[in-house]
Design a protein around this ligand. Structure first.
Ligand SMILES: [Zn+2]
Length: 219
């Protein structure tokens, strides 16, 4: 008898949980589909002044025209709870102090929650410790080490959105979206667990879908 009462109560809690879950899924699904547009995406990018960085000196910068989109990872453990703004401020001072670069080597950085931060101005060519020439490449960097951990769903979605937005803005063909190691023998960047999504076509498929839906919404 007692067992049955408990069982019914558990069932009720479970059903309630299911209905809440369904509402969350519906809300989340509708929001992300309805609200995504390249314009909205661009407006949400966290600017350099917002995360407490300082602009690079324009006269020292090498200007370039974007023809490629190239994916990187941080290559270091990025613990949950670490402040991405502090990480960027540290990366900016390290880049200038130790490497004598004008700025952070990447143009856009994605944190653990899928937020996108502006790094080096996109008009300026990036920098690298490896043998390829990053001029012409829009450089996307994702925090974490994907030789060791898996990218989470927020990061994957942000990578797709950033790639699609850049591809549309600079007319980059989808087959020129690649990973750092496609241009350099000196690195495993962006790490096997993130590179996998370039290899298996996940990024291409989803970037194409975003580009198509953006085109349709403008018709
Ligand atoms: Zn890299």
């Amino acid at each position: 008898m007692n067992f049955k009462i408990l069982d019914r109560a558990t069932l009720r809690v479970f059903l309630k949980f299911l209905s809440i879950l369904q509402t969350i899924v519906l809300l989340f699904g509708c929001t992300s589909v309805k609200d995504f547009s390249f314009k909205n995406f661009e407006e949400k990018i966290i600017t350099v002044s917002h995360w407490g960085g300082t602009p690079a000196i324009d006269s020292l910068a090498k200007k370039h025209t974007i023809t490629h989109i190239t994916l990187h990872h941080q290559g270091e453990h990025f613990p949950e709870g670490k402040d991405p703004a502090q990480h960027l401020r540290n990366l900016q001072s390290w880049s200038r102090r130790e490497k004598k670069w004008i700025d952070i080597p990447y143009h856009y950085i994605i944190d653990l929650k899928g937020k996108v931060y502006e790094g080096r101005k996109i008009e300026y060519a990036g920098d690298t410790n490896t043998e390829y020439d990053p001029a012409g490449h829009a450089l996307i960097n994702v925090v974490g080490n994907f030789e060791e951990v898996e990218p989470n769903e927020y990061q994957l979605e942000a990578v797709v959105n950033t790639m699609a937005w850049l591809a549309a803005k600079y007319s980059v063909p989808v087959d020129l979206i690649k990973g750092h190691k496609d241009y350099s023998k000196m690195t495993v960047c962006p790490g096997k667990n993130l590179y996998m999504y370039l290899e298996n076509g996940f990024f291409f498929k989803n970037v194409k879908a975003k580009l198509n839906s953006e085109k349709k919404s403008k018709l």
